[in-house]
Design a protein around this ligand. Structure first.
Ligand code: CA2
Length: 179
């Protein structure tokens, strides 16, 4: 914990301002907060290519995950973007107020050093999720720029993978915090 004290003595009046900042980027509020982040084209879920990505829409998935999070007394925030810089901005915005990130970076998984650097920069633990089994697909999907720095990776289990990631994140957080 970084503590900044400003002490000012004014005549007979002594005032002290104390500002407590987390030095590890952790959320200072009482509730656990998890960010679900989805990358490009995942807004098309349930509308195209259901044989590969399933029949559930992104809204269906987020609604279900929100219910699961509520049952565990955890706040779930969701963002989806087709733009790399917006995903990076969401990662930056999570710093200091989010305990865990669940991310499906979609195609950026296989290309983005910038998203890797953002996740390293904020030090928020994260799980990488893929709906499809990327290892059973084209060679270029076998490499991820994120997997080696993730707490875990789930792929090939469809939308259930997000739920398993959420339950694991909650379990990990409840083990390491007293919230
Ligand atoms: O399996 C996954 O979740 C992926 O992250 C999905 C990405 C793909 O580039 C990764 O290799 C694996 C593609 C997301 C595209 O989503 C669509 C959903 C419906 C229709 C068309 C695309």
């Amino acid at each position: 914990m970084i503590e900044v004290f400003r002490k000012a003595s004014k005549a007979n009046n002594f005032s002290e301002v104390s500002l407590n900042l987390p030095d590890n980027g952790s959320n200072m509020s009482n509730n656990l907060k998890i960010l679900l982040l989805n990358g490009p084209n995942l807004n098309l879920l349930g509308k195209r290519e259901p044989e590969t990505y399933g029949y559930q829409t992104l809204s269906d998935i987020v609604e279900h995950l929100t219910n699961v999070a509520n049952q565990h007394d955890v706040e779930l925030c969701h963002e989806q973007s087709n733009a790399e810089h917006e995903l990076i901005n969401h990662i930056h915005a999570a710093m200091g107020n989010t305990d865990f990130i669940i991310i499906n970076p979609a195609a950026y998984t296989h290309t983005s050093v910038a998203i890797r650097d953002a996740l390293l920069g904020v030090s928020t633990p994260f799980i990488e999720v893929h709906l499809s089994n990327v290892h059973a697909r084209e060679q270029f999907r076998h490499h991820s720029y994120l997997s080696d720095i993730a707490k875990g990776v789930i792929c090939g289990l469809g939308a259930d993978g997000y739920e398993f990631a959420l339950l694991s994140a909650v379990k990990q957080l409840k083990q390491t915090t007293n919230k």
